[in-house]
Design a binder for this molecule. Structure first.
Ligand code: DC
Length: 221
């Protein structure tokens, strides 16, 4: 079990996917699960901050993760959950303890069944505090905005870079300031700043850490 946490745009998804490929592990994007619940709320006209209704939705949501895809109530929503509206709503639903309880239970179930690289905000702190390897992947705010903006451009962005920066700041603030499972580095996580590193460099650095753990006699699962 490899846990990767960090703020938006730090490179978690890209790196977690590549590591999973290299190691033959399953890649689990926990942010996609919060996004799926948020999408359902937006479609149903439920306020993402409504604690009671959001907890009901989170418990009722049928979320299915298959390599590279996510399904909500049997519908493939892999692309639909990537809008800025869903990003913002996901960060709001993720504040609600009942929603987190439901998602964490699903994540633990998945992680106990298979060898996984799981990425999110609370994987090393709450979901799997005994993970074999914990990485806190970070990057300077300007660089994180730049990366996200490039992604938005590829999708035919309708937002300017400064508006995107503001949205990301607000989301990071909410993710870090919430009372339940805020984004924070686990004491035993390794901090990695990817600002000046290429994807390959980040990948190799983490692979070295993983291999060091294995040769120390500890079994990776
Ligand atoms: O990783 P992401 O940007 O797709 O995540 C979307 C939102 O979900 C993010 O703003 C915070 C929340 N999230 C969370 O609270 N805990 C996780 N383990 C993963 C994501």
């Amino acid at each position: 079990m490899i846990a990767i946490d960090g703020p938006a745009g730090a490179g978690k998804s890209t790196i977690a996917k590549r590591l999973a490929d290299r190691l033959g592990f399953t890649y689990i994007d926990t942010g996609a699960m919060y996004r799926a619940v948020a999408l359902w709320a937006l479609r149903q006209g439920v306020n993402p901050s409504d604690m009671h209704r959001m907890e009901q939705l989170a418990l009722a949501a049928e979320i299915e993760l298959t390599p590279g895809r996510i399904r909500l109530n049997r519908e493939d929503v892999t692309e639909t959950i990537r809008t800025l509206e869903v990003s913002s709503a996901a960060s709001k639903v993720a504040v609600i303890p009942g929603v987190r309880r439901a998602m964490v239970a699903k994540q633990r179930e998945i992680g106990e069944r298979a060898s996984v690289v799981m990425e999110g905000r609370d994987i090393g702190t709450i979901v799997f505090p005994n993970a074999d390897v914990k990485i806190f992947l970070d990057a300077q705010p300007e660089e994180r905005v730049r990366r996200r903006y490039q992604e938005e451009l590829l999708k035919g962005a309708s937002i300017g870079e400064s508006a995107l920066a503001e949205q990301m700041q607000e989301r990071d603030r909410r993710d870090s300031a919430r009372a339940d499972s805020p984004l924070t580095q686990a004491p035993d996580a390794i901090y990695l700043d990817s600002t000046a590193l290429s994807i390959e460099e980040v990948e190799e650095t983490i692979l070295k850490i993983v291999r060091a753990r294995v040769t120390n006699g500890k079994e990776i699962s």
